[in-house]
Design a protein around this ligand. Structure first.
Ligand SMILES: Nc1ncnc2c1ncn2[C@@H]1O[C@H](COP(=O)(O)OP(=O)(O)OP(=O)(O)O)[C@@H](O)[C@H]1O
Ligand SMILES: [Mg+2]
Length: 371
């Protein structure tokens, strides 16, 4: 049982790389907190500071209210699974998993029971007598996870533990890990690149960018009310449509106006707002799509389809739009909607629409959400 509190954590490496910049959040007792962000944003460094493997340059780390900055890793009661799952090559899978228990002088029958139970949960019980080099990458990762689980620490620190698994096994392990964490009541800090993992596993998500914490919140808060344009683009697949433009007022209403695409856009906003430079965001699944070109008052974007991505439950339709982030706008249609769009092919004209109640607005300069 443990609460982990990061308070203004900073990390400067000796080469002056400023890897972590003032990161603060609390993982409450038994909570599953997912750290996501692009490569190099400081996720591993943050985890290593919590584990005690990396010195904290400034700021404070508390576990259950006790300051941990100067505490040895072994005295923090945390178990870390590394990105590169360091296993002891000369030991068997069983010995690798048993190692932390052996160090604690747990009686042999008890070690056997716990290792076998964890191995079974993780689907590696057939491999207990093998050496790591005889295992696939995904199997090795699961051994590393198993070694952490048998320790029953107060805090788990997992750095991309499922990255080497195939899609099916990953989905299964995702559910399994979450179940194990719940059952042990352990607090979890979990790093992943995978947004589905972040959304499905996290009680809270910490989105990092360039060493800073961009947003901390529940999956639905992060998805439905992204605090910055970066978060808006980072979570969601395909990424949120993002258009550069300005807010203008006339006819007693506010409009988002952009001249940067293939045509001018003039999209009515739900509330009146001060004129300012903004980025307008809308999720692909909330963007409407219809056949042909529209000649309305510039409230929609018409263009030719450049990419159609059927991924099973939904299909994504992309049009070129130079003013948008990534140079495209995309609408996702569910199976039901798709029937009306059947037969659409590349080069056909479609019209994308932007319902006022689905729009997100961000300040252009700072990227911050405007309420
Ligand atoms: N030992 C080190 N010495 C100097 N700089 C480092 C060291 N470790 C990491 N860095 C730098 O710190 C920054 C953050 O690295 P970190 O490994 O924490 O990123 P990450 O978010 O885990 O990335 P990834 O998703 O690729 O694993 C990077 O710019 C990296 O180059
Ligand atoms: Mg990393």
């Amino acid at each position: 049982m443990a609460e982990v509190q990061l308070q203004n954590l900073e990390k400067r490496y000796d080469n002056d790389a400023h890897a972590v910049r003032g990161v603060s959040f609390v993982a409450h007792d038994g909570e599953f907190v997912v750290l996501v962000g692009p490569s190099g944003c400081g996720k591993t460094t943050t985890l290593r500071m919590v584990a005690g493997l990396e010195e904290i340059t400034s700021g404070d780390l508390f576990i259950d209210g006790e300051r941990m900055n100067d505490r040895e890793p072994k005295d923090r009661d945390v178990a870390m699974v590394f990105q590169n799952y360091a296993l002891y090559p000369h030991m068997t899978v069983f010995e690798n998993m048993a190692f932390p228990l052996k160090m604690r002088k747990v009686p042999k029958p008890e070690i056997k029971r716990q290792v076998e139970e964890a191995a079974k949960l993780l689907g590696i019980d057939r491999h207990l007598n093998k050496k790591p080099k005889e295992l696939s990458g995904g199997e090795r990762q699961r051994v590393a996870v198993g070694r952490a689980i048998v320790r029953r620490p107060k805090v788990f620190l997992f750095d991309e533990p499922l990255s080497n698994l195939d899609a099916a096994l990953r989905t299964q392990m995702r559910a399994e890990l979450k179940r194990i964490q719940r059952r042990l009541g352990a607090t979890m800090l979990y790093v992943t690149h995978d947004q589905v993992e972040a959304m499905t596993m996290g009680d809270q998500i910490a989105v990092m960018n360039k060493g800073e914490l961009e947003q901390f919140g529940t999956p639905s808060e992060i998805y439905e009310r992204p605090g910055t344009a970066f978060v808006a683009r980072f979570l969601g697949s395909p990424a949120m449509n993002l258009l550069s433009g300005g807010v203008m007022n006339d006819d007693g209403g506010s409009y988002f106006v952009s001249h940067e695409g293939t045509g001018t856009l003039r999209i009515p906003l739900a509330k009146s707002m001060e004129p300012q430079n903004v980025e307008l965001g809308i999720r692909p699944e909330q963007t409407t799509i219809s056949l042909g070109s529209a000649s309305d008052k510039n409230e929609t974007a018409s263009g030719k389809l450049i990419l159609i991505e059927p991924i099973g439950s939904v299909t994504h339709y992309y049009i070129d739009w130079p003013g948008a982030a990534g140079g495209t706008l995309v609408a996702s249609a569910s199976q039901l909607q798709r029937d009306a769009l059947d037969g659409l092919k590349l080069g056909d004209s479609v019209t994308l629409g932007f319902p006022s109640d689905a729009l997100h607005l961000f300040e252009r300069e700072s990227g911050k959400r405007i309420v």
